[in-house]
Design a protein around this ligand. Structure first.
Ligand code: ADP
Ligand code: MG
Length: 439
């Protein structure tokens, strides 16, 4: 591999919104892509991965900072790059093969070479026999394959992919990963560098030469990790698992002091912590797993298989466990706390009480409870809370956070939410009694 630089980001910032709603989605990103490199971008949802990809492809100009392509400042869309999105937009009025030949035609390919090449590409992605079908006749997975064939047909120098396999079923995803890797490692495509956004640690370790890890609040690069394993890589090999373990250690970070973990309440100086979107039953499942095991400390990377969840969701579950003080994490290992084990071993009503007492320590929940206490009839409209929260979180995140708060509050019987009137209210003693007698 040579070290010829293809792309460089220098002190790139992306700010969205304005006034009080202004927030920094991407902060001071420096990144270099070299010729011959397959780089994966990993990080929690909302950390700015898609934003960076769009900036790199020239679809979006950063608020600040420089994008250099082969040493030249990039202006407008990068003609040497092509981007594959999670779900690919095809021309619905064109057949499968026409969708691909169109891309070849724009590259200047002539018939009959054009059709031959298109057929070969479709064959590669497993769409042999579907050449004359129309996009509407295909499953989501098959449409994505056409998208891949089309992106390959363009033969981009820089191939950018935004979670390209995540909308596919497990088998199609694995097949396509294999096809892509073969095209890439055997030099069957003229592509010089690949940048892939992924939310799966395993996928990144399977494909990439280098993993760039991001974190959110604000979105930024926190680490880079090289994967020096030769291809083909075996997911079950000890070397592979070791790499997955190391990347988990970077992504999961380390449990901080309680004040640092919990953040501040809305309106206070500092960061209001975003709560991870999880099913509380799954969190209970994680803690039950710990309580039933004879091991005290668990490798995060092993939990993925043991619990049957992907890395993205597992990291959200462990983050929730950290925030609630149910577990602590260091160096890719997780250990349940005594209170986490007590939660796992408790009856359902006792679990709810433990959960409530832990949740009350979270500043944003305490803030919501005190607002409810202070309000007339101890009720607040959903809209009003959303407005208050919108000053703390990115626009798309606000409603999400409110739903998580409602979900956690309902589980711990801290407050209630009425869907019809869109009102939050404090759970009164009377109502608690009523809900017990009514079953
Ligand atoms: P990721 O791909 O890592 O999930 P994104 O780059 O999509 O993250 O988004 C980063 C943050 O910026 C998120 O909070 C998202 O809601 C916000 N965001 C993304 N695009 C826009 C936009 N066009 N306008 C305002 N906010 C945006
Ligand atoms: Mg994204």
């Amino acid at each position: 591999m040579n070290n010829e630089t293809l792309l460089q980001l220098e002190h790139v910032y992306q700010v969205y919104g304005s006034g009080a709603r202004r927030f920094t989605a991407v902060e001071d990103v420096n990144l270099t892509l070299s010729v011959g490199e397959f780089v994966a971008l990993l990080g929690p949802s909302g950390c700015g991965k898609s934003t960076l990809l769009r900036i790199i492809a020239g679809l979006q100009k950063p608020s600040q900072g420089k994008v250099l392509y082969r040493g030249e400042v990039l202006r407008g869309v990068n003609p040497k790059a092509s981007i594959i999105f999670q779900t690919f937009a095809l021309f619905p009025w064109l057949s499968v093969i026409e969708n691909v030949t169109l891309a070849l035609q724009m590259k200047g390919n002539e018939e009959p070479e054009r059709s031959r090449k298109a057929e070969e590409l479709l064959d590669r992605v497993g769409l042999d026999g579907f050449e004359s079908a129309y996009p509407r006749e295909l499953s989501g997975g098959m449409r994505q394959k056409v998208g891949f064939a089309r992106a390959m047909a363009v033969e981009p120098e820089l191939l950018c992919m935004d979670e390209p396999f995540s909308a596919l079923d497990v088998l199609s995803a694995e097949t396509l990963r294999g096809e892509l890797l073969e095209l890439w490692t055997e030099g069957k495509i003229p592509t010089k560098s690949i940048l892939m956004v992924s939310h799966s640690i395993e996928e990144a370790v399977l494909l990439a030469d280098r993993i760039v890890v991001m974190d959110k609040q604000p979105g930024r690069i926190i680490a880079e990790h090289k994967i020096n394993l030769p291809h083909p890589r075996r997911r079950k090999s000890p070397e592979f698992q070791h790499q997955v373990d190391l990347v988990y250690a970077i992504l999961a970070g380390q449990t901080l002091s309680e004040t640092e973990e919990l953040g501040v309440a809305p309106g206070e100086i500092g960061q209001t912590r975003q709560l991870p979107e999880i099913e509380i039953n799954d969190l209970a499942g994680l803690l039950e797993h710990f309580s039933e095991s004879d091991r005290g400390i668990h490798d995060l990377y092993l939990l993925e298989d043991e619990l049957g969840v992907d890395s993205e969701y597992l990291l959200r579950l462990t983050e929730a466990a950290e925030i609630l003080g149910f577990a602590s994490i260091a160096k890719g290992d997780i250990e349940a706390t005594p209170i986490g084990l007590a939660f796992a071993e408790a009856s359902i009503p006792a679990r709810k009480e433990i959960f409530a007492s832990r949740a009350r320590r979270i500043p944003v929940i305490r803030w919501l409870l005190s607002m409810l206490h202070a309000s007339e009839k101890q009720q607040l409209k959903w809209d009003l809370i959303r407005t208050a929260l919108s000053l703390e979180f990115p626009p798309e995140e606000t409603e999400n956070q409110l739903e998580i708060l409602i979900n956690w509050g309902r589980y711990g019987a801290l407050f209630n939410y009425d869907d019809d009137t869109e009102t939050l209210s404090l759970e009164s003693e009377l109502e608690k009694g009523a809900s017990v007698t009514n079953g």
